[in-house]
Design a protein. Structure first.
Length: 293
């Protein structure tokens, strides 16, 4: 990873960028002056760890962020030996101001940053009225504040090189608003609106935005104490995807014109069905009962 000690850059903006940038995202840019870096938050498990592995496979050096330093270090060693890229780890709690400020400061010193994946996240189960307010506040900080602040810190480098991708890991829960999931759906809806609007601002700059909306994905997400009563087998196998498939489809789709990207045909069909009045309401009622079961 190369750091820019002065942090001085003169970023292009959506207004000033020349029009010679490609209309689609190109995974291998022409003559990069140094290896490019991808930063992945929540890289110690699940979808984030998979983003790390696949971005390394596409030749990017990595900066891996999460709270569990040991996990990150183990993953970094494996990836370095298998993919031959450089991996740096940064242990930070992105649900806290000090953690966000720490990562933000490192990003502002990175002159070769090309990819930012805002992936770190968690869910809770149960009615909002009875939920722990501190835990809900942490969710807003992690899904909303951290993603917003790290994106703003990353943008000058990406605009300067007129090359980059911002992937915000959202969820189909942004649209499937089940009881028991109030703040999770709300924060993921923020990520979708944020991504869509930012996309408009960045058109023609060479920087592409995606809000990735997976459905159920086999990771550690449903293994936390919050989900101790959650029964994955209540949901049919076709509703579950592997993190490997979710990430591969996400990376292949960057810059394909779909800012909101649902990496599964099953969930695309579900989202369409939800828009029909009677069927949609029934599905939300049944889904809400299953989630609370
Ligand atoms: N799995 C699903 O069914 C599903 C579906 C739709 C969307 N998603 C979204 O996908 C993203 C990744 O989730 P996952 O399924 O891969 O879950 P996971 O296996 O539990 O991984 C979550 C990651 O987020 C990190 N993280 C959690 N809190 C953090 C904090 N305060 N500061 C920094 N890092 C933190 C965790 O690392 P540490 O614990 O080491 O900090 C871990 O690396 C989330 O945004 C989630 O909302 C998941």
């Amino acid at each position: 990873m190369s750091l820019n000690p002065s942090g001085a850059q003169s970023p292009a903006t959506a207004q000033s960028a020349p029009r010679d940038v490609p209309a689609r995202f190109v995974w291998h840019p022409r003559n990069p002056s140094a290896p490019l870096t991808a930063l992945v938050t929540g890289a110690s498990a699940g979808i984030g760890a998979e983003f790390a592995r696949q971005l390394a496979g596409r030749g990017f050096d990595l900066l891996l962020v999460a709270r569990r330093a040991t996990r990150l270090t183990e993953l970094a060693r494996t990836i370095e030996s298998e993919a031959g890229v450089r991996c740096t780890v940064l242990a930070a709690d992105l649900a806290q101001e000090c953690g966000v400020a720490q990562v933000e400061a490192v990003i502002r010193q990175l002159d070769n940053l090309a990819i930012l994946v805002n992936n770190a996240g968690f869910g809770t189960v149960g009615q909002f009225v009875r939920s722990d307010p501190l835990r809900q506040q942490e969710m807003v900080y992690l899904h909303v504040m951290a993603a917003m602040r790290l994106t703003q810190a990353a943008l000058p480098a990406l605009l300067h090189h007129r090359y980059g991708a911002l992937i915000n890991v959202s969820s189909v829960a942004a649209y499937i608003r089940l009881r028991g999931n109030v703040n999770y759906s709300a924060t993921k809806a923020f990520l979708n609106a944020f991504s869509e609007t930012l996309h408009h601002e960045l058109q023609g700059t060479g920087v592409f935005v995606q809000a990735l909306c997976p459905g159920f994905t086999r990771t550690e997400f449903h293994s936390t104490p919050d989900y101790q009563n959650f029964k994955p087998h209540t949901y049919p196998a076709f509703m579950w995807q592997s993190a490997q498939k979710v990430v591969q489809r996400s990376l292949d789709a960057v810059g394909n014109g779909q800012v909101i990207y649902v990496p599964s045909l099953v969930y695309r069909a579900l989202l369409l069905a939800l828009q029909t009045p009677v069927l949609g309401e029934t599905m939300l009622r049944v889904g809400g009962r299953l989630a609370q079961a």
